[in-house]
Design a protein around this ligand. Structure first.
Ligand SMILES: [Zn+2]
Length: 352
């Protein structure tokens, strides 16, 4: 398949979206097409070809293994109807700043906060494409504290409740920002900072940092290292915050997004997945079609191994300031609906 097209491979508008995916069966068929655009491929033996059984599962014609479209993806054994998943994915992709779990719970009438929370975290877990390219060209790199709710920690390298986060941003000539990357750091040692740069920046790139000693040695790793001195900037009377303007901009956008969409309700254990979501949004901010973002999200979702609820809450439990979920985490109602045939006309008129 060539480059995916609007109105053909993905919905070009919200109108398209509702027309395409009004039933759970249509959603399932779309996932099947996304997963196997050239027809069923057996995950066990790699054979291309199979037949559909009465219950909708597929059977490999070579090795007889039976599987479902969602098996082995993040939708594996989900109790949430696919229409709900698709609406959540559409909101996630089309809302400029995304959605919070509370938001999703209300809009899609999902019974429990926990279910909505876990859906969003499953979507976040697929956002880092394996083997994605590293940043290149001119790249600003810095570390900053992100997360936590207390304001007033005035940067620096002091320890706080916030998590130390590495930020890398491509700088375009003559102006403008390219892609960014963010990841938590254990500390500001050269070991941590060098590992961050190697993970996220292509060798040969120009890496612009402040004068911190932790960045020394980047030239030996194959980068063109351009340190900028805070002290020199201060001596010139320049704002030290303007030393690395691209990183400063991305870090403040991230903080604003965490406080806005998520009201700062992000704990340290889950910060990495929120950072991944921010990076995903930032790097697609100029995408002409939000439907394309939806397509990429589901494409990643069917290629990603299942994520168990236990793994999502492993390091810490989600915040449940909203009402405690019922003990039985009931399955959310499907959004699957037949055409309603204008019920207001059949009502015999409104007498107020
Ligand atoms: Zn097989």
């Amino acid at each position: 398949m060539g480059y995916p097209g609007a109105g053909v491979h993905y919905p070009s508008s919200t109108g398209d979206f509702h027309a395409w995916f009004s039933t759970d069966a249509d959603c399932l068929d779309y996932l099947e097409w996304l997963r196997w655009p050239e027809g069923f491929v057996c995950a066990d033996c790699g054979h291309n070809g199979g037949w559909r059984m009465g219950d909708g599962r597929l059977c490999c014609e070579a090795c007889d293994v039976r599987t479902s479209v969602t098996a082995g993806t993040i939708f594996d054994r989900t109790r949430t109807p696919l229409t709900v998943w698709f609406n959540a994915s559409w909101l996630f992709s089309t809302a400029k700043d995304g959605v919070s779990a509370m938001n999703l719970k209300q809009v899609l009438e999902i019974g429990s906060y926990q279910t909505a929370w876990a859906m969003l975290h499953r979507l976040r877990s697929v956002l880092v494409r394996p083997g994605r390219e590293r940043l290149a060209g001119r790249v600003e790199v810095d570390e900053t504290f992100i997360g936590g709710e207390e304001p007033g920690l005035s940067g620096g390298r002091a320890k706080g409740k916030k998590a130390l986060t590495g930020v890398a941003v491509e700088v375009r000539e003559p102006k403008g920002l390219g892609r960014c990357r963010m990841a938590p750091l254990a500390d500001a040692s050269s070991q941590s900072l060098h590992a961050f740069v190697r993970d996220h920046v292509e060798p040969g790139a120009t890496v612009i940092t402040d004068g911190w000693s932790g960045y020394r040695g980047l030239s030996e790793l194959g980068y063109v290292h351009t340190p900028r001195s805070q002290r020199a900037a201060e001596a010139r009377g320049d704002d030290p915050n303007a030393l690395l303007p691209a990183v400063h901009r991305v870090a403040s956008l991230t903080k604003r997004w965490l406080l806005g969409t998520h009201q700062g309700a992000v704990d340290e254990a889950h910060l990495p997945s929120y950072l991944n979501e921010f990076v995903f949004r930032f790097n697609r901010r100029t995408s002409r079609s939000r439907g394309m973002v939806f397509y990429r999200l589901l494409e990643l979702a069917v290629a990603h191994a299942p994520v168990r609820y236990g793994d999502l809450v492993l390091s810490s439990r989600p915040r449940s300031t909203p009402p405690t979920p019922p003990r039985r985490r009931g399955k959310p109602p499907s959004l699957d609906r037949p055409p309603a045939n204008r019920p207001w006309r059949a009502s015999g008129g409104y007498v107020g």
